[in-house]
Structure formats: C-alpha cells, structure tokens
Write a protein that binds this ligand. Sequence first.
Ligand code: HEM
Length: 468
Amino acid sequence: MPTLKIPPGPRRLPLIGTLHRLIGKDGVHQTLRNLSETYGPAMLLHFGAQPVLVISSTEMAAEVLKTHDQKMCTRPYSKSTNRLSYNYKDIAFAPHNDHWRDMRKVMVSEFLGAKRMRLYNRVMENEMEDMVRSLSSMSSSRITVNLDDMLFNLVNDVVCKVAFGKTYRENTFNGKTMKEIVDESVVMLGGSFADIFPTFGWIFDRLSGWDRRLEKCVNDFDGFLEMILDDNREGKTNEHGNDFVSDCSDVLNRDEMKALMMNVYEGAFDTTAITIVWAMSEIVKNPRVMRKLQNEIRSYVGKQSKVRESDITKMAYLKMVVKETLRLHPPAGFLIGRECVSHCQIGGYDILPGTQVMVSTVGIGRDPKIWKESPTEFHPERFENIQVEFGGKHFEMIPFGGGRRACPGYNLAVSTAELTIANLLNVFNWETPDGGKNQDLDMREQGNWLIARKTPLCLVPIKHNSQD
Ligand code: HEM
C-alpha cells in the first residue's frame, strides 16, 4: 500500500492532540487563522483523538464543497447536536440521508417558497415603516440608538411572524426569553469532552455538570417550542393560517416540526442581524460609501420615506455593499462542521474517513490570491468587475457555504439585509455619538463561530433634510 500523504499541522501531544495550540487570547477563529498562515490552507489538527482538517483557501474549499462534496457532506455526531435536533430530525445537523433531503425540501418549498415570501414582504414592509417612524422620533432629540438590539429585534419579529405567526420576543419559558435559550444552546453546541475523548470524556461531562446543563437547555428549548405549537393549534397567533407552522402541522410530526423551528431560531436571526450591523458599521466608517449609497437610494425613491422591495432590484451599488459586507464579515466564521465518509484527496493530501472538516469563511473571503486589491479593506466597487453569486457554486467567498449543504436561506437573508439598509439610509444620515469621528469607529471582532462586533454599534440617526 502506498504511503499516505497527511496534511501538515502542529505536532500532536499524547491524549490532547493539538488542543493546546487553540488556547490563546484571540479566540478559536483567529487562532486557527494564525495557525493556517504557518501550516497552509489544508491543515490537520487533532482535537483529542479527533482529526480535524481546517480549510482556508478558495482552491481547497472548492475541492471540499464541489469536487468531493458527496464524500464530505455529512455532519459529525455530537451529544449537543443530537439532543437539540430531536435525534437529527432537523436539516442543519442531520447526517446526509433521505430524511435530511425530505426536511430540506419542506423548508425550501414551505418556508422559503413563493407563498411565504409574499407574506414575508408584507410583514417586512410594515416593520420597516414602524422602524423609520420610531427612529424619526428619536432623531429629533438626537437619541443614540443601539443598532445591535434594534436590528436583532427587527429580524426576530419579521421571521417569527412569518414562521410562527407571532413575534414571541417578550414571552418566557422557565423565566427565560428565547434569545437567552438560543444563546445558551450556542454555548452547548461548542461541544463536550465526550465529543473529543470518546472513551472517557463522558465522565468529565457528568462530573462537571455539562450533561445537566445540556438537559436543562434542551428542556427549555423544547418547552418554548411546545408553547408556540400549542398557541398555533389553538389559533392564538396573529398570522394564523398563513405562517409556516400552521401550514406544516399536517405534513410533519411534532418532533420534526420542532427540529425545523430550532434550525430557524439557530440559523436565521443572529446571522442576518449581524450582517446588517457589520454593513452599517462599514458604511458609517466610510463616509464616501455612505454618500454614494444614499445618492443611489434617494435617486430611485425620491421624497418617499419608504423603500419597497420592488425598488431594491434597481440598486446596483446597494447590492455591492451587501456582498462586500458578507465577503469581509461573514457572520458564521466557519461553515457548519462536515465529516469525510470515504478516502479522498484534498490539495494532494490524503483525507481519511472520520476526519472532521472545518471550512473558514473568513480566511476565504480575505484570501489574497483571489482578492488581490487590499483584501482586508471595505471596497464595494470591487464587485463591478467580479461576478460572484451566493447560490453555492462560486467559491471566491462562501458566507453561505456551498455544495449540497449550502444555506437554503441565503436569498431571504440577502433581501432582508438590502431592504433594511436601504430604509435606514434613505431617511437618515448616521453619526457616532458624543462628537466622535465616524472614521474612528471601533471595528474589533468577537466570537468563535458567530463573528460579531466586540462593542455594540451605537449611532445617532439624523433626519435627512429632504425627508422633513
Ligand atoms: C446572513 C444570514 C445567514 C448566513 C450567513 C447563513 C450561513 C449559513 C452557513 C455558513 C451554513 C452552513 C453551510 C455549509 O455547511 O456549507 C448554513 C446552513 C443553513 N442555514 Fe443559513 N445562514 C443565514 C441565514 C439563514 C436563514 C434566513 C435561514 C432560514 C431558513 C437559514 C437556514 C439554514 C439551514 C436550514 C442550514 C442547514 C443546511 C444543510 O445542512 O443542509 N440560514 N447557513
């Protein structure tokens, strides 16, 4: 048998593998980027006994997501994904099998299909009107707005109304809001000792209280979702009959329904809100971009205070701004983990079955081989000459992944971001509070899987004079 060519990576220590190399003040996402600079775009790590391939270039990503997609499109098992997904009844964490395929079809046709999008557009337009009205009242007294909170609430309200018939933002279960429960579940999804030390890690999980914490989280999540389903059955929701849950109750059993609702909560809210917050940060930090974008938006909508979905199609620069945001600040720093099911070669290296694969969206969006002109700078005009679409077939930037497991919600996310940004900039100019310079806005990042701003984005809306 010929010798295997194993990808380069740091030296392994007994038992812990290369875990010691992940410890540092920078967070996992930045630490892995630093390590990739030393070991290259296909790097092999070991989390305890578990081999993990880390991919950080366009070329290697295309090999994983296109050439070998079939061998790399299943998801690894972990205790938390198993419990939170009702034993893999969902889409995002489920292994690649017929059930995953059926559930994905339901999501695409029932949640993301034309009928639901009509409801989505109606709900969005109403929410935009409310947002502009409330910002206008703040603007007269120069009140500082926390855009992180405002935009999370906006995305939550729109998606929840469409998916569940009501916003559920103020509701609690066991004293916790859904936001608190989702935040806790994201911590749990980070993994347990048993995931990396299968023979004895379960003892640590039990003794450290991790198992109990997971069960409490699953219980809270489940209780909240049950409450939504009960409201729905009893007709207590505003959009009753039009929302996703009402339409799917006959097609899916209760666990399948809850598993899909969990995917919507985990996948749609933070990601979309973080995208809009990063876009607003870059726009405010770059006055030239703000002016150019406002000129474009205002030239299409005139003195109207509301930008509609139908106006957006004409706004080429707005689309470039959103693309550039997703290139430079993909909200999910890594794709959801994959697992290799049979031997294949990536970049000429042998990858063995059972190897987990982490693909860095940030590394790829800033790959200097592809993005030759100042890859770490925000420059939307670069898309005048580069054709990149999000459907999962282009690999120059992959904020939504690619191949069979690519994000099915990308259209919804992009159009929500475009419409919200257009409405925020049509009526208002934005300034940093306390006389600070917009160009000095803090742009530090934070997070391991979701990469958000380190400090909340707080800005003052100033009503544009043509909108008085
Ligand atoms: C800016 C917003 C969003 C970003 C950045 C994002 C990003 C991602 C990424 C990176 C993946 C993993 C892809 C892979 O493994 O190749 C994913 C999967 C997924 N996303 Fe999104 N997403 C967003 C919005 C949404 C929305 C609005 C939905 C709503 C339905 C959604 C539903 C899903 C689902 C169900 C999966 C699992 C797909 C599968 O495993 O087959 N996402 N998303």
